[in-house]
Write a protein that binds this ligand. Structure first.
Ligand code: C5P
Length: 222
């Protein structure tokens, strides 16, 4: 296992990725974006026209596909059978459908195994998702749970979409986030919740820089 494992869990659109990326740079660590793994399996299954509720077939796709999760500077490059899909996995459709993959216990088991393998090859890692402190890395050195008001998360998501030239109403963004959170919180395996020993940080009124500084302080104190 890596010498330093920092986990960041929390609800959708809470700024986890941005914070994890910046933290990774400060700590000279590698960033593991586990959401990208669920997204990649979702995309591969969709491309293979497999029903997203057929766990057996999904598992076959997962085993038959060559997924590449490569640490890049402060990010993670994702490929499917050698083809770069780093941008494609951010599609709105993939985002909405990932929850089906995320609710399949056998897929989660396999992805958690891949996450641990990935961590074992790094010296220091910042890993981000929903179950990193609770299931994947229960012995992590420092665990964070980042949360923010739904309205604030929706605003941040809208700004992110606008930067990519996509306009959506705040209400529809809110509803999509609400649905993803509900599904993440209510599944039986790896549900979204803070680990008992996680440091919970409400980022509603904090800037990204303030959040990163706060997390760095906590890490240094440990
Ligand atoms: O974090 P991101 O929004 O990219 O994750 C995409 C989806 O993957 C989430 O909506 C969630 O359902 C799922 N996920 C998960 N467990 C993780 C990371 C992501 O269930 N550790």
């Amino acid at each position: 296992m890596a010498d330093l494992v920092v986990t960041i869990d929390g609800p959708a659109a809470g700024g986890k990725s941005t914070v994890a990326r910046l933290l990774t740079e400060k700590l000279d660590a590698v960033f593991l974006d586990t959401g990208a793994m669920y997204r990649a399996v979702t995309l591969a299954a969709t491309q293979a026209k497999v029903s997203l509720s057929d766990q057996g077939r999904l598992l076959e796709i997962l085993k038959a596909t060559e997924f590449g999760f490569k640490p890049a500077r402060g990010a993670m490059e994702v490929s499917i059978n050698g083809r770069d899909v780093t941008e494609q996995i951010r599609d709105e459709k993939v985002t909405a459908n990932a929850r089906h993959i995320a609710s399949a216990p056998k897929i989660r088991e396999e992805l958690v195994r891949m996450q641990r393998d990935f961590a074992a090859r790094q010296q220091a890692i910042v890993t981000e998702g929903r179950d990193q402190g609770t299931v994947a890395f229960p012995d992590a050195d420092v665990k964070f749970y980042l949360t923010a008001d739904l309205a604030e998360r929706a605003k941040r998501r809208r700004a992110e979409l606008a930067a990519k030239g996509a306009e959506q109403s705040l209400e529809s963004i809110k509803e999509a986030i609400r649905q993803r959170d509900r599904s993440d919180e209510n599944r039986t395996v790896g549900p979204l919740k803070p680990a008992d020993d996680a440091i919970v940080v409400d980022t509603t009124d904090l800037s990204i820089e303030e959040v990163v500084a706060k997390l760095l302080n906590c890490i240094r104190e440990r």
